[in-house]
Design a binder for this molecule. Sequence first.
Ligand code: ZN
Length: 267
Amino acid sequence: MKITRCRTADDQIVYASIDADGTASVLEGDLASGFRATERRVGVAQRLAPLEPRQVIGIGLNYKRHAAESGMTPPGYPVVFHKTLNSVQGPDGPIVLPRGGRCQKTDYECELAIVIGRDCKDATPNRALEYVFGYTCANDVSSREWQLERGGGQWSYGKSFDTFCPLGPVLVTRDEIPDPNALRISTKLNGKLVQDWRTDDMIFNVRELIAFLSANTTLLAGTVILTGTPHGVGMAHDPPRWLRPGDEVIVAVEGIGELRNVVVEGE
Ligand code: ZN
C-alpha cells in the first residue's frame, strides 16, 4: 500500500490513497494498527510529509563510494546523528536556504528512509525488518559549513535548519519492498542525474542499522531512519555545486516514487 498524508480542500489533514487519476480516497488507521481503505473521497489541496516522525535519525558515510568521494575512511561503526523535527518538509514544499548568507554551502543527499512501525529494542539483524512499517524517500539537506567547518565535530546543527528534511511523496508498506538493499536510488538536479546508484552499496545494510540502533535502546514507533547517501553530492563536484534559489531537486527511490522540492531563498 502507498500512503499519502495530505491537507484536503476543506482543510483537514488525512491519510489517503491517491489514484492514477489524481483522486483520493481516505485511509483509516495509523502506524500501530495499519491502514484500511474507506469509501470517502476527498480533494487534495497539498501533500504533506507522509508521517509526523517521532524522531529522525541519520546515518553518515554509509555508502562505500560516497565515503571515498568525501575523503573519509569507511567507518567501523555506523555514524549516527539526529535531525530535529522542525526540519521535516513535505513533497510539495520548498527547501528554504538559510537567509543572510549564513549558509553558502547547502547540499542535497538522496536517501532511503526507514519508518519504524512498533517499538523495537535489541532487534537481531534476522528479525529487524519485522519492526519496519515501511519506507519513503528523504533528502538529507545539509549545510556543509555548519556540518563540517563550524559544527564542532557534530553534524546535527547543519542538517536541521527548517525544511532540511523533505520526506515523501508516499509511505510504502514493507510488503511492497521485500529487499530494501536492492533498490535504485537517484537525485536529479534541474533535470540532470547527479546521483544514481543502488542501495546494495550500503556499508551497513537496513537490517544491520536497525540492530545497531536498537541495541540497549528503544527505537520508538514513528522513528524515521535516513540510511545515508550514495556518491554524487554537490560537495564532491569540481567545483562544488551548492543549491541555489530556483533549483529543482528530485530524489527517487525505486518502488516508492519521486520526492520533488524547489529551492528558495529564506526571507
Ligand atoms: Zn545523509
